[in-house]
Design a protein around this ligand. Sequence first.
Ligand SMILES: Cc1cc2nc3c(=O)[nH]c(=O)nc-3n(C[C@H](O)[C@H](O)[C@H](O)COP(=O)(O)OP(=O)(O)OC[C@H]3O[C@@H](n4cnc5c(N)ncnc54)[C@H](O)[C@@H]3O)c2cc1C
Length: 465
Amino acid sequence: MQHDAIHEPARSTPVRAEYDVLVVGGGPAGLTSALAAAEDGLRVGLVENRSFVGGNMTIGLPVLGFLGQKGNQIIEGLPQKFIDRLKARGGASEHRPCPLHMGITLVEPEAVKTVALDMLLEAGVDVTFYTACVGVVMNEAGDTIRGIITEGKDGRSAILAKIVIDCTGDADVAYRAGVPCEKGDEHGGMQPPTLMFCIAGVDTDKLRNSIAVQPRTYLTDFIPAEYFGQNHQFIVVGLRELIAKAREERGLEIPNERTIIITGLRSGEVWINMTRVKGVDGTDSRSLSMGEIEARHQIDDIFTYLKAYVPGFENAYFTKTAPFLGIRETRRIVGDYVMNQDDVLSCRYFNEAIAVASYPIDIHRPGDDGCTLIWCGDCYDIPYRSLLPKKVEQLIVAGRAISTTHEAMGAIRVMATCMAMGEAAGRAAKLAIREDVSPRQINVKALQEDLRAHGAYLRTPLSQA
Ligand SMILES: Cc1cc2nc3c(=O)[nH]c(=O)nc-3n(C[C@H](O)[C@H](O)[C@H](O)COP(=O)(O)OP(=O)(O)OC[C@H]3O[C@@H](n4cnc5c(N)ncnc54)[C@H](O)[C@@H]3O)c2cc1C
């Protein structure tokens, strides 16, 4: 006989901790949220379900978003302080201009884990690993969050806080608190995930010089061949003809139209962003498991392709996969303002801007193996209202799950932008606690002043320019 559900007995759940601000998720947004909130001595906790902080900054990706489409630096403040700390130990590159991605900042995953943790501990943040948020504690009316329910080796616990900042990327807290959420495009299709992997022994100078010297053989998307002649740290996107040839000549199964190679900080090391599994829902463990299994199966053929067809890979050897499948898109909250494609493409100013972004709309299409890229030509603002979920008080959301459409999410999702949102969320929480108001009621001008006073970059609204 098949059972649909079982009824667990009611139980009392111990309260493990109480904070002023609780940050859930220690990725790019969670890191800066916690650092900002903890700056003046508030009690700040951070709960992370993995054994390290950094989120997707630890899977071999470059941080995108620091530079705008006009080449100017548009994200400073705490995200820049973090990069400076990484640089001091050789864990990050300069912000390098890139014609396709605007700016790339290479980071070393292990250095990210260590420096992010050091900064959190120095700031007095109480970090708890191996602990997942699986539920919420609400007030009686069900409209105000009071804390979260966690699960770990020690079972279930409650953690209470005056304000909770959801930085899970998946809006795990907001969703459980009853905030309306959306997923994917108009058909519910979400961008496919990728299991990044790392290869060493690559002659990256041969790779870039081959592209620079034989641009017709090694054709790249949007990045002129000369660029590769001048830059030793770079991202290759393209080489579509080589993939077609490998499919035809060897029957290799390459799940991507584009070759995407990211140089690492160490000589001869590159990260490959080419596995791609359609139909994965990153909020469903079975679906995630299917994604991990399928992506891992894809690696052999991709590696064979790189070694046989791409210059510089002749002596390459496989070193490691990233610690987890990289999820591009899951839930987005519906907040007080839903950022949309027009806001991005019209380079819109908002009076309540809390961060500036410039990354193009970049959607790995859910339905096929291609990608849509649309640039706006300059920068656009992220409004504070998009961090405020509908229906629930004392909750702020930062990172890729803020209130946007599928298209706008394709632009605001990059990691420097998520860090900038995190800083704003942490400062907003601090202001709300100081003034004893809800995050929805804070004076946004005061938040902007606080952000600027701490080095963050905001544009002057056109009406005041
Ligand atoms: C394959 C791939 C390639 C990408 N390429 C780039 C790129 O080149 N450059 C770039 O800047 N961006 C890139 N992005 C986008 C970027 O990585 C993400 O959008 C960004 O990391 C989102 O930041 P976040 O802080 O919102 O979430 P995350 O980085 O996902 O961090 C969320 C954190 O919360 C934790 N968490 C989740 N749920 C819970 C829970 N219930 N309880 C406790 N902890 C929880 C997670 O373990 C994680 O540490 C890429 C994304 C993918 C998947």
